[in-house]
Design a protein around this ligand. Structure first.
Ligand SMILES: [Zn+2]
Length: 468
């Protein structure tokens, strides 16, 4: 395309309007202009609004609903989960045996090979598998293949990723299906199982093309998560100021504009109840009905804790990604921090990794940019006003007092203000492409917003004014 346009000899302005009209993707646009005209201005514009020329993108999204199966369906679901679990364990056993008999030469990492072997054995050895959809065992073997791949990758990179384990009944009952899956009224139709009622009432359950469903049981409730391929309009870049986010234990998040989000302490609040329930479980007779009941009560409590944490994080990350053009977060070494025995539980309770994971994909959806500050950046120790760096700052000091300029400020707010000014070694823009900008300083954020057409400040760029 680029050569064709060069021959025609369009001017820079022409190319611009053509691109905008014909929705040429960013990558092509860059190559187009590189060979056409020296275009420093264009690069400037591109770095400002990289999503301007894109119109839509395909994303994979998952929608989760709770199922309301009747007794027959419940049995069918359990049967499928059982087949998936059996196949997974069978596959793992096969691989271990093969590895031992070949002295580790043949790793047997191909799930398709294994599935062929299983199919040849099905008729004689596992005829009961025919009662379930063929997807359940196939996907279980695929999961096993992935588990092994992760394990080998961990060995290579020196990360501690465990060897795949055998699954036990009732611990993680799930299976994946694909094929003809659709929503009919309030029901979801699954292959071989049939139509199951969905608890949530919606006009439209999910947009886009359904790729697969994963059915999972948690605390004796059945959930389905539907993976779809959805085309979403390319997000318009958000016209708003950059924000630094400091995660903490006392307050979940402190933003550089002074907003704070309380920590729900999902686990911390329920820990006494949890302790009581697990003690009660351990006192029940093994295999008795009472034990089953106690187990369920404990599982429900765990699910509740998980839900509370997930809900808070989703609300926070959605707010951040939807209403800020740039979000700067710390690169927290969570595993290092977990070594502090006194704080480990409280840190795990926050869900910091989950926070970053959600923010990464939501920034792609909503058109904001996520920047991760380097691990060495002294966000807490540095003074946000004069840049003086303290040598020591204990965790108990909740208020930052600067010896140089006399600034007295909340510790977390100081860290958040520092984060906004971070230079950018690791960046992620809306499409995960690497757009490296020199430094975001308060000057730059100001300049950018004034260049865009509608700089709507609702409550003023607080972070910028306090920085300059
Ligand atoms: Zn200072």
């Amino acid at each position: 395309m680029c050569a064709r346009w060069n021959k025609v000899g369009y001017s820079l302005g022409d190319c611009f309007s053509i691109c905008a009209k014909n929705t040429i993707p960013l990558s092509e646009l860059v190559s187009l202009f590189q060979c056409n005209e020296p275009s420093g201005i264009l690069y400037g514009l591109l770095s400002l609004q990289p999503h301007y020329f894109l119109t839509s993108m395909l994303i994979h999204k998952a929608y989760r609903y709770e199922l309301d199966p009747n007794n027959v369906q419940r049995t069918a679901l359990l049967q499928h989960a059982g087949v998936a679990r059996f196949t997974y364990n069978w596959g793992l056993d096969q691989r271990i045996k093969l590895y031992k008999s070949n002295q580790g030469n043949d790793r047997f990492t191909d799930p398709m090979k294994q599935h062929k072997l299983l199919n040849s054995m099905k008729k004689t050895q596992f005829p009961w598998m025919y009662e379930c959809s063929k997807c359940a065992p196939q996907e279980a073997l695929r999961d096993l293949g992935r588990a092994f791949k992760n394990f080998y990758r961990g060995l290579k990179d020196g990360k501690r990723i465990g060897f795949p384990r055998f699954k036990s009944k009732g611990r993680y009952d799930s299976f994946r299906l694909y094929g003809t899956i659709r929503f009919v009224g309030r029901k979801i139709q699954l292959p071989r199982i049939g139509k199951i009622r969905v608890k949530e009432k919606r006009k439209q359950y999910c947009k886009g093309r359904i790729l697969s469903v994963t059915v999972r049981r948690r605390a004796n409730r059945w959930f389905v998560s539907v993976t779809v391929e959805e085309e979403i309009p390319d997000p318009k870049p958000i016209v708003c100021y950059a924000v630094g986010v400091d995660l903490g234990i006392k307050t979940l998040a402190t933003l550089s504009d002074g907003t704070t989000f309380a920590n729900p302490r999902a686990l911390g609040r329920e820990i006494k109840k949890l302790r009581k329930l697990s003690k009660s479980l351990s006192r029940k007779k093994r295999g008795s009905k009472n034990q089953g009941r106690a187990k369920l009560r404990l599982a429900r409590m765990h699910l509740r804790i998980f839900n509370v944490r997930q809900d808070t994080l989703h609300k926070l990350t959605t707010y951040l990604a939807k209403s800020h053009s740039r979000i700067v977060i710390e690169n927290l070494g969570v595993s290092g921090m977990m070594k502090n025995r006194k704080l480990a539980r409280a840190i795990a309770d926050v869900g910091m990794y989950e926070f970053r994971r959600q923010l990464e994909y939501k920034c792609q959806w909503y058109g904001s940019q996520l920047h991760v500050a380097p691990r060495t950046f002294p966000s807490s120790k540095r003074c946000s006003s004069c840049g003086h760096k303290k040598k020591e700052l204990s965790l108990s000091e909740r208020v930052y007092e600067c010896e140089e300029c006399g600034l007295t400020i909340d510790r977390d707010l100081n860290a958040a203000l520092n984060l906004v000014t971070v230079s950018l070694p690791e960046t992620l823009n809306a499409r995960g492409e690497d757009v490296r900008l020199p430094v975001i300083s308060s000057e730059m954020t100001k300049k950018q917003t004034s260049m865009k057409q509608e700089p709507k400040w609702t409550n003023g760029p607080k972070c910028c004014s306090s920085l300059s």
